[in-house]
Design a protein around this ligand. Structure first.
Ligand code: ADP
Ligand code: MG
Ligand code: MG
Length: 879
């Protein structure tokens, strides 16, 4: 087995084996670009090492052989006292992963070779390089707290009366090396290793070990990166950007990763090494300035950037170093970018003939589109950033700061917009989280309680703002004190927190979906282009969940091709509650019929509105689903009211009656109780009234020249007999109402009870369509109540990796997905052409949409705002 590859032997497609960095260094080498020579130790070697806690047989010999070859090629030996070869040791997994050991530069320097290096590059340069080695080696290989080195450096600068590290001369740096060595000894109990090969060895092991560091493991769980990939290690001959003013180091992007605009983007820092550019030790200059500093290198760099874009056919980001006027490439990869840049660049590359439209829609995602649809802060004016943390749930929220849930509820009740600030949240904070406009915590990441619950509620949340010091009634951040009652603005997409009110601007992409003309804005043009293509490719249709004419009209503007779920219970709220109460309290047939008769015209009018908004498109109406007591006052409230009124000797006749009804209908597990089709079978006339209202509305719309296409959907069916009973009654009414009006009404069922999925073959006999209610199917499939578990223990399940994402957010393919698959196959086997859709929240979730495409459903249905996301993902699933 080969454990070590020279850069000449690899290529960009070997990321599994060589890691991202190694594979791309190999690719650049083979493109003929100036990459310092080096080699990559494979992820396989790492896996073997982690398994046996020692280098696998042969690895040490291979490393030695590669090192000798490198020495021969360069003509210097590692750590040679007279003229040393130095190397960097760099980690590089398949996916770039913060939390792993990063890089040790200048490996090979010791008390002797530093003099050899000085003889060639000058004493200042040599001692600067040595102190960097001790610092990086100490911090990353031996876990000496980095602060100690930083403090010593600051002290040296302070003594010299400067803030600029360049003012430290050779003697200062030599003295600093002495201090660093002491720090090293104090913390490790040993001297700084002087043997170059031992340095190399320890650094390689440290990279391997860092794969299992807590921070890396946590990051993998959050990002759903498999835990067993291992990391590669790159050993690269050093080139020096800290040799003087004609040297330097920089980063560059082939396009603006913020907007996608073309041009030269990057930063350069003269007389500097490695991390200095991003560490902010001195001010960098814009990359354009390199043109006047070193024109030859600048031109060469631009040429290389063009080559790389051409080769990778995408935005690349680059690290480079200039050593005395000679340019070296140290890293490239397909660059990360914002959502806006992703769309703009994909469309640009199509225009440039680099990629086709199929490829373009593969390169953007529904999640990115979703980000573009949130309102954003308009940062063009002055604003003051307080801190940056984890953007856990997107959106832009502005409000007064409050520190406890009760206060949040109180102020929100007075119409104020509040931001709930907590160290972390727990289930007791739920009420306050609901009341708040946004949530800010100082602890916890994307899977903390606050983050999970906020995403579930679609509420803006920033978490893990560890610079915040929260005391009673105020927090302090970087010296600024923010007290209860002060206003802040939080951005759940970028994780930034601002002092005061930052103006919010609506999204240009939403305006476009709302029907605004395609403007000159490159982003809107890109979105338009890619959406059209996605629509032309997808086989899944996209409908919307909507209960009112207004919602339906909006959904239609967003591209919905019908309604997949109209919840009729929403039509029983408000001032209609009283009618429902009458229905529930009705004793005997006449009273009940009177109540139903009063509800009929109201429902009919609702349906007319809906059918008009969706003229010509199918509208799935679900018959009433929740338990009836949801329409009655709460048991405790009512009991208290009756008791108080009774004491005062007031007339409590009606209230008492209500109380008895509520008590009678009280259920331990209402979600598993008298609801859905069960209600329809128990309360005479209820479903019949709804069916009649639907049919009459459809006829009314048809008579007026419109086209209504109602689909009646029966909820919570678990057995075909339930559906047959409802169907028989409904068909009688339909025949009677529809007559010769030409209206066609179909009857189908939800598949949301596991038993329904497992007996789908039988149920299909009585259903013209299935709609998967994946919320309930998840709830009943897992046996946990959605309303209770997300705040109670999901954070723990996510932490433990029991699932990587809440199964209510993204469909659990293995379990709930299997039920969907079985029901689809058996349903269609029994009734060829059976129409299949989904109407749970998952209909708008990107991953789930791909699954529904694979299973071969006809449509997904989701909330109006998610319709564009589902359209895009359905297109992506099809290419
Ligand atoms: P990261 O993944 O954190 O960027 P890198 O391995 O890329 O870590 O290295 C950190 C810094 O050191 C980068 O600026 C890189 O360009 C620089 N660097 C790495 N290897 C060398 C080398 N052989 N010569 C000069 N600079 C190097
Ligand atoms: Mg790098
Ligand atoms: Mg349901």
């Amino acid at each position: 087995m080969t454990y070590v590859y020279a850069f000449e032997e690899g290529n960009k497609d070997l990321k599994d084996l060589l890691g991202g960095k190694g594979a791309n260094l190999a690719e650049m080498t083979n493109l003929g670009l100036p990459v310092p020579p080096g080699f990559t130790i494979t992820t396989e070697a790492c896996r073997a090492y982690l398994h046996d806690k020692r280098f696998p047989d042969g690895l040490a010999d291979e490393i030695e052989a590669r090192l000798i070859a490198l020495e021969e090629r360069i003509g210097r030996r590692l750590g040679d006292a007279a003229d040393p070869l130095l190397v960097s040791v760099r980690s590089g997994a398949k996916f770039s992963m913060p939390g792993m050991m990063e890089t040790v530069l200048n490996v090979g320097l010791n008390d002797e070779s530093v003099e050899g290096l000085a003889a060639h590059g000058g004493a200042r340069f040599a001692w600067d390089s040595y102190r960097r080695l001790i610092q990086m080696f100490g911090a990353t290989v031996c876990e000496v707290p980095a602060g100690y080195f930083g403090d010593a450096l600051d002290k040296a600068k302070h003594q010299k009366g400067t803030r600029n590290d360049l003012d430290l001369d050779a003697d200062d740096l030599r003295a600093l090396v002495g201090v660093y060595k002491k720090i090293f000894e104090e913390h490790t109990g040993r001297r700084f290793p002087q043997d170059p090969r031992e340095q190399l060895n320890l650094a390689i092991r440290a990279v391997f070990d860092s794969w299992n560091a807590d921070r890396a493991a946590l990051y993998r769980r959050q990002e759903r990166i498999p835990a067993d990939l291992g990391t590669a290690v790159n050993v690269v001959a050093m080139v020096f950007g800290n040799l003087g003013p004609d040297s330097g180091t920089g980063v560059a992007f082939t396009r603006d990763p913020g907007t996608g605009a073309q041009g030269v983007y990057g930063d350069y820092l003269a007389n500097a090494q490695g991390e200095d550019v991003v560490a902010g030790i001195r001010n960098t200059v814009p990359l354009q300035d390199l043109e006047s500093i070193d024109k030859a290198s600048y031109d060469q760099l631009l040429g290389i950037m063009a080559t790389l874009e051409d080769h990778y056919r995408d935005l690349c980001d680059i690290e480079f170093t200039i050593e005395r006027g000679k340019l070296w490439m140290l890293q490239t990869r397909v660059g990360k970018r914002t959502a806006a840049a992703a769309f703009t660049i994909a469309a640009q590359l199509v225009d440039e003939g680099v990629i086709d439209l199929d490829e373009a829609i593969r390169r953007v995602s529904g999640a990115q589109l979703g980000q573009l649809m949130f309102p954003r802060f308009d940062l063009s004016g002055t604003h003051r950033e307080l801190t940056r943390a984890v953007g856990a749930s997107p959106g832009a929220a502005v409000g007064t700061v409050v520190f406890d849930a009760a206060r949040a509820i109180e102020l929100a009740g007075q119409g104020e917009s509040v931001i709930l600030v907590r160290r972390e949240t727990n289930p007791d904070d739920l009420g306050g989280m609901i009341a708040a406009q946004g949530i800010l915590t100082s602890r916890g990441g994307k899977t903390s309680h606050a983050a999970v619950v906020a995403r579930g509620m679609g509420k803006t949340c920033v978490c893990g703002a560890d610079e915040l010091e929260i005391e009673r009634g105020a927090f302090t951040v970087r010296g600024t004190r923010v007290a209860e009652g002060d206003t802040i603005s939080i951005d759940g997409t970028t994780g930034r927190v601002y002092l005061g009110e930052v103006p919010v601007e609506p999204s240009s992409v939403v305006r476009y979906f709302e029907g605004a003309p395609v403007s000159e804005d490159p982003l809107v043009r890109a979105v338009d282009r890619l959406m059209r293509h996605a629509d032309s490719r997808r086989s899944l249709r996209v409908r919307s969940n909507a209960d009112t004419g207004a919602d339906a009209a909006r959904a239609r503007r967003f591209g919905a091709e019908g309604i997949g779920l109209c919840r009729t219970e929403h039509m029983f709220l408000g001032d209609r509650r009283e009618l429902v109460e009458k229905l529930i309290l009705a004793e005997g047939q006449p009273a009940r019929e009177a109540a139903l008769a009063a509800l009929l015209p109201l429902q009919r009018a609702d349906f007319v509105e809906l059918f008009r908004a969706m003229d010509g498109l199918p509208v799935t109406v679900r018959l009433i689903d929740p338990p009836l007591h949801e329409f009655l006052p709460s048991l405790t409230d009512l009991a208290v009211r009756v008791a108080v009124a009774g004491e005062r000797g007031e007339d409590v006749g009606r209230e008492k009656e209500l109380l008895t009804a509520v008590q009678r209908m009280h259920e331990q597990n209402p979600m598993l109780g008298l609801r859905g089709v069960r209600l329809g079978l128990v309360v005479p006339g209820l479903f019949a009234m709804q069916v009649r209202a639907i049919a009459e509305a459809a006829v009314e719309v048809a008579r007026a020249g419109g086209s209504a296409r109602p689909e009646i959907m029966v909820p919570l069916v678990g057995a075909v007999q339930e559906l047959e009973t409802v169907r028989a009654e409904a068909e009688k009414i339909l025949t009677e109402v529809i007559g010769d009006s030409g209206v066609r009404v179909v009857i189908g069922t939800m598949i949301e009870v596991p038993r329904a999925a497992l007996t789908a073959g039988q149920i299909a006999e009585a259903a013209e369509f299935f709609s998967f209610g994946t919320n309930d199917l998840t709830q009943m499939g897992w046996g946990f109540s959605r309303d209770d578990v997300e705040g109670a223990f999901f954070w723990r399940y996510l932490e433990l990796g029991i699932f990587g994402i809440s199964p209510f957010e993204s469909l659990d393919r293995d379990g709930v997905g299997r039920l969907v698959r079985i029901a689809s196959e058996e349903g269609r086997a029994a009734r060829p052409g059976l129409k299949l859709g989904v109407c749970g929240e998952h209909g708008g979730d990107p991953d789930s949409v791909h699954f529904f495409h694979e299973v071969g459903l006809d449509y997904v249905s989701c909330s109006p705002f998610r319709v564009p996301i589902a359209r895009l993902e359905a297109g992506r699933a099809a290419v």
